[in-house]
Design a binder for this molecule. Structure first.
Ligand code: APR
Length: 232
């Protein structure tokens, strides 16, 4: 049965109260990427970076999954073929909405990573500068989030899934950040049918066969119902 690969971005969590990055008043209008989302920024001022992620971690822990998250979990459950969700989001709302085996290519807010030994463990709500690694005891804990200039996680797996996709959907992403913004081209090369579901046209809108504009809580459940209707 046809394999579906879905890429999601910050837009899918916007209606759960989590700000996006590049919309008006978004995170990158309030914070400098160089200061809070680069290894150099962390080396320069770890307290500032921990403060940024601690605040997001607290907010994400309070947020609830919305109808778009729930619809994708339903698709995963009821679609007769494989449904792979790859997210750029570091919140846990896909899983809270019932989705499984979500690939977090940019990491997770709920995780801590040792910059020295690579050990991973659940992050405390408030991470402190010099937080010790439980494995090597080094004062080298950092948020388990992929920063600009770093390689996203699980890329080989993601490219394997894209190579087998019959349907590729991008939901709630501006198409401005690579390598995620190029996934549509990988999917097209695999012969997939491609659809963009977004509030507004993304920077890669012209690459998609089909587009559906509007809030994700409206477009995604409708798209899922149609797909499942077709699969019966
Ligand atoms: N429903 C659907 N789409 C929405 C909604 C909504 N309610 N609200 C906003 N959007 C769309 C916007 O139109 C925009 O195209 O979501 C997109 C959000 O874009 P960005 O803020 O750029 O977020 P994203 O694409 O996920 O960013 C990619 O960049 O900053 C880094 O690592 C960070 O993972 C992130 C990556």
């Amino acid at each position: 049965m046809q394999k579906i690969v879905i890429l999601t971005g910050a837009g899918i969590s916007a209606e759960s109260g989590l700000g996006t990055f590049r919309d008006e008043g978004g995170l990158w209008a309030q914070h400098r990427i160089e200061d809070v989302a680069t290894p150099e920024g962390f080396a320069r001022d770890p307290a500032l970076v921990h403060g940024f992620y601690n605040a997001r971690r607290v907010q994400a822990a309070k947020a609830r999954p919305n109808a778009a998250h729930a619809a994708l979990a339903r698709l995963q459950r009821d679609w007769p073929g494989e449904v792979i969700i790859v997210t750029q989001n570091v919140d846990g709302l896909h899983e809270a909405g019932g989705a499984e085996d979500v690939i977090h290519m940019h990491g997770v807010l709920a995780g801590a990573l040792c910059a020295a030994c690579g050990h991973r463990w659940p992050a405390p709500e408030e991470m402190a500068v010099g937080e010790p690694c439980p494995a090597c005891n080094g004062p080298t804990a950092r948020p388990d989030v992929v920063w600009f200039g770093e390689m996203p996680y699980r890329m080989d797996e993601i490219y394997d899934h894209l190579a087998g996709a019959a349907i590729f959907a991008a939901i709630g992403t501006s198409g401005q950040v690579y390598p995620a913004a190029a996934f549509v081209h990988e999917a097209i090369a695999a012969g997939a049918r491609t659809v963009e579901l977004n509030l507004d046209p993304s920077d890669t809108v012209s690459s998609f066969d089909e587009t559906r504009f509007g809030p994700a809580t409206q477009t995604v459940p409708a798209w899922v119902t149609e797909l499942l209707g077709q699969s019966e």
